[in-house]
Design a protein around this ligand. Structure first.
Ligand SMILES: O=C(O)CCC(=O)C(=O)O
Ligand SMILES: [Fe+2]
Length: 331
């Protein structure tokens, strides 16, 4: 199916789409080529992740350069990043789609989270929860002008930067520098239209997409909208990486749905993070772990039940620009 017809097909509620042609990460019946982790003389462990020798990594052979790592996270690890996405990343000075309200009412914190806690009626709380749609980390993306500007550059969260450098190294991209992220919050039923990401100066650096919470159908086509698309199922913990030719391909998210709608035989997301069973309070000093309270975990679980979170990480600058910057600060 061509990109736009595939988008409509997977978006449709009536009738709902079939999952027959959706690529399932890790299933050998599909065009997945096993990729060996690049682990020479390197530590293969990172907090929140399973040891890298145990990861299942694939290249999607119909899209050279497109890699998928089938959920390399531990359960507590997933919950750690879910909590960070909901409590920390939407906080000032990061920008969110709710920026105008944020400045007016809560000058310093996470307006959305603070206000969310004030609702006692579940339906109203859920309605308000759905208003958060994105937050930006590091270089704050200017959506109107489609640029990253030096003047709106916040610090990139250190733990997340470490995680992304670790993924990049295991895939052989040792020089990857995480400089900007868009955290997308997708309430069930929402979509992301087809686009390419081309505002970064370095389009040869990989683009990472981390999925948490409810599942989604991810669509990837060619460099124009007139090429056929592949649909890939992304479940909680899955990591998708666009490199090489696939880095500049059209992609979209036509469907975010409850894992209970997954066909029989497919692992449900819920088995991947098990709310309340295990806290996400990791014991690791390198990630400046903040302990979350019981009340916070319960609201985090509620939020996760009704949405997918996507952490989309980019390198913005070319390596030359980076080198210049480093020598600037050293002098
Ligand atoms: O949600 C996703 O997996 C993709 C998000 C994306 O393409 C973007 O933020 O540019
Ligand atoms: Fe994108």
């Amino acid at each position: 199916m061509m990109f736009q017809s595939a988008f409509k097909y997977y978006k449709s509620r009536k009738p709902p789409p079939s999952f027959n042609d959706v690529l399932i990460v890790g299933d050998c019946n599909y065009p997945f080529k096993v990729v060996e982790p690049n682990l020479l003389n390197r530590p293969c462990v990172f907090p929140s992740l399973q040891p890298a020798q145990e990861w299942k990594m694939y290249e999607v052979t119909t899209h050279p350069g497109l890699f998928v790592i089938a959920n390399p996270f531990t359960m507590a690890g997933q919950r750690y990043w879910m909590a960070a996405s909901l409590l920390d990343y939407p906080a000032q000075p990061n920008t969110t789609n709710l920026a105008a309200k944020q400045i007016a009412s809560f000058p310093h914190g996470n307006f959305w989270w603070e206000k969310l806690q004030s609702f006692t009626e579940p339906m109203q709380r859920r309605k308000f929860a759905n208003t958060l749609r994105w937050s930006t980390l590091g270089y704050q993306y200017d959506w109107s002008n489609k640029i990253y500007t030096e003047t709106r550059k916040e610090s990139f969260p250190a733990g997340l930067a470490g995680l992304l450098r670790f993924f990049a190294t295991v895939l052989g991209y040792e020089r990857f520098s995480p400089e900007a992220a868009i955290v997308n919050y997708y309430p069930i039923g929402t979509t992301l239209a087809g686009h390419t990401d081309h505002s970064e100066d370095d389009l040869t650096a990989p683009l990472f997409s981390l999925s948490f919470g409810q599942p989604a159908v991810f669509l990837i086509g060619g460099t124009s909208r007139d090429e056929p698309a592949d649909a890939i199922l992304l479940r909680s913990g899955d990591v998708l990486v666009m490199t090489g030719a696939s880095r500049q391909c059209y992609h979209a998210v036509p469907r975010v749905f409850y894992d209970t709608e997954l066909p029989e035989g497919l692992e449900k997301c819920i088995d991947r993070w098990q709310p309340s069973n295990q806290s996400g309070n990791l014991d690791c000093s390198s990630m400046q772990m903040e302990n979350r309270s019981e009340a916070e975990w319960s609201l985090i679980d509620e939020c996760i039940q009704h949405r997918r979170i996507n952490i989309n990480v980019r390198q913005v600058l070319k390596e030359k620009q980076l080198t210049l910057k480093c020598s600037d600060t050293e002098n």
